[in-house]
Design a protein around this ligand. Sequence first.
Ligand code: FRU
Length: 495
Amino acid sequence: MTGAPPLEALTQRPLRHFTPPQGWMNDPNGLVYHDGEYHLFYQYHPDNLVWGPMHWGHAVSRDLYHWQHLPIALTPDEDGMCFSGSAVVDGHGVSGLFDGGEGLVAFYTAHRFIGDDEAHYEQEQHLAWSRDNGRSWHKYVGNPIIAAPGFRDFRDPKVIYHEQSGRWVMALACGQHIRFYTADNLLDWQLASEFGHDQGCHTNGPWECPDLFELPVEGSSHGASRWVLVVGVGIDHDGPQDSMGSFTQYFIGHFDGERFHNDNPDEPLLLMDQGRDFYAVQSFSDVPDRRLAIAWLNNWQYAGHTPEAGWRGAMTLPRELYLAATDHGIRLHQRFVPELARSVSPLEVAPFDAPLKEGHHLLATPGADLVRGALTLEPAAGSRLVLSLQQGTQQQLILCAGDDTTEVAYRREGHSGVTRVDQHFPGERRAGELDGRQIRIQWWVDHGSVEMLIHGRTRQLSITLAGFLLPHRYPVTLSVQSGSVHLIDISLDAG
Ligand code: FRU
């Protein structure tokens, strides 16, 4: 493929990823499951293709991939724009907002400019409620529920119910740390503690969009569990051009209802995704049996410059989060949800002679607009492999096998409309190291993105990349640049 691909081809809507009906979209907000419906609200500027006065857009789904657009849930008013936040089911009516019945309660940050200068603003926490399954919303008359503290960045409330203490907890991003507040009734919040001044990754960008949840450690015989605190690290506008832009870190530890204790205080950075386009992730509230999450499939570094066709921005596929005991300790891993697998059907893939030696090997040309793939392979020690998943913008996964570990890197090259997507990320980028001899790669390629989960023996890497791909051009090519590889299995599904 030479030259810039035609723009129309790059801006087709993805088939399984959520996109806004029109206009600009960023963070997922208010993810909550209620009455058989998954609610997805999102940061929305309906009348423009760049970020601006933030509304909460709204959609619902029963299967996590057919989304029905609903009217805008929250609109800016004299209190300011409606920035990111979360939602919960008030099942016992503790807020008193539902005449003893139940309803949905949303928490968001009201963002108000002071004067004409966009650099001067105030942020406070507001509440809105709905008694008709999110179809209509009322802003609470007692807003703000938490007043502006006297410093600028104070936002993105994530509210959870803490079973053990029987209280509600709010995690809030404040400058470059997290504050935890507690309440009995969802309305009256008290500051309980702060976390992160001296832990985790700090750039010049603000911390944003926290999330907090408890998960069992899979495979633990004595039923161990841990708390996970997820924190977005916002863009540092003065940072170097080749910085990571916006990215998502997490902490593993204990939470007693008031205070988060980090199990790995000396670990500078645990990344939830090693790619470039996984930000403002939020998990769903009130899903009974698993922890599901969706992220904004974008990066503040170039989100306003990607190709558009009357809409701009996409969400990741929904993922299930789980804790795994790895040889590096307990880590947050992800899996694609089984619902999505039902939306594709298997393609036939020709059998291979093993092992593959130096040279290019076209594994398959699915010729579909949406491809789900899985590949298990065992590279010989010292081998270098490059897996290409489509044409257009090239997305490549690079594996360098050692004796009992494999180095994983990736490369993204090509155009995004009139600019090059690789200008911010020149060259090959290291993702991490996997343990064991066998590597299993699972991926989804849809219009505009590649999402990969790559597993070693106990470790996993997640790599999410916006791609601006040419539909139908998703040949799967494995290039053995040195050494050899044993292909154990490959499966492809199309949708
Ligand atoms: C993260 C973020 C949030 C904020 C929202 C504004 O992407 O900067 O911190 O609430 O976007 O749209």
